[in-house]
Design a protein. Structure first.
Length: 238
């Protein structure tokens, strides 16, 4: 997919082509031009398990190209398929890595990014209605600095919490395939191993993805336990 003519970032004004090349100054971009890219499921597994920190994991997620259908879709939306109301903005056009605390106690897991949300803004569940609900709930619970998340670079900050998706690229019709979920799973497995005490999930798929088989689900001894969405509204002080 051909990159577009540069357009100004809506907050910083810096011009970017779409999809955004890694390491070119997009707010919060965790990657550089040298970040290794996964091009198949085996490479996702190797790069995820070898990420020693969550920032390294985020960088690797953000340049992943392991699912051909999703790569084609996310980049086609970013170049020729933008929503009319965002046509003057650059689109991130890359996977949405997790966002939030590097040592989370709470991990919120959704299904997948939106084509004109994360795929535009570069931050998970940002710029769409699902994000409005999630970040407002986290703010009420004392986990988020702001009750909204509008765009990477808007000053939002999570303390003790992290948000991630079971599938990191926007899928056509908001429906990733089971194979795509499985290919993307090692990224989330690695995030779950960052030792959050609680997981909150907003869909059955995300619930199943946030309780990986290795290590086993936390119902007995694992580091994280799938919870229903009410967990996201709980106070951090509980
Ligand atoms: S869905 Fe996950 S595994 Fe597939 S290309 Fe996106 S980040 Fe990579």
């Amino acid at each position: 997919m051909t990159a577009t003519q540069p357009a100004p970032h809506p907050l910083t004004g810096q011009p970017f082509t779409s999809p955004v090349p890694p390491g070119t100054g997009w707010p919060g971009d965790p990657a550089t031009a040298r970040t290794p890219r996964a091009r198949d499921a085996e490479q996702v597994q190797r790069l995820a398990s070898g990420a020693r920190t969550l920032p390294v994991l985020d960088a690797r997620v953000s340049v992943c190209r392991a699912c051909p259908r999703l790569v084609t879709w996310r980049e086609s939306v970013a170049t020729t398929g933008r929503r009319a109301s965002f046509a003057d903005q650059p689109y991130w056009g890359r996977p949405g890595p997790g966002f939030g605390d590097e040592r989370p106690r709470l991990l919120v897991v959704g299904l997948a990014p939106a084509a004109n949300g994360t795929n535009r803004t570069g931050r998970v569940f940002t710029g769409d209605r699902s994000g409005d609900w999630i970040y407002a709930a986290l703010h009420r619970g004392g986990w988020a600095r702001e009750p909204f998340s509008r765009h990477a670079g808007d000053g939002q900050h999570l303390d003790g919490a992290r948000i991630a998706a079971a599938v990191r690229c926007a899928p056509p019709a908001n429906r990733p395939t089971p194979a795509e979920r499985d290919t993307c799973g090692p990224w989330l497995d690695r995030e779950v191993r960052s030792s959050p005490r609680r997981c909150a999930s907003s869909s059955r798929w995300a619930v199943s993805a946030s309780t990986p088989s290795s290590p086993p689900p936390a119902a007995s001894a694992g580091p994280c336990r799938a919870r229903d969405r009410s967990s996201a509204t709980g106070s951090r002080r509980r």
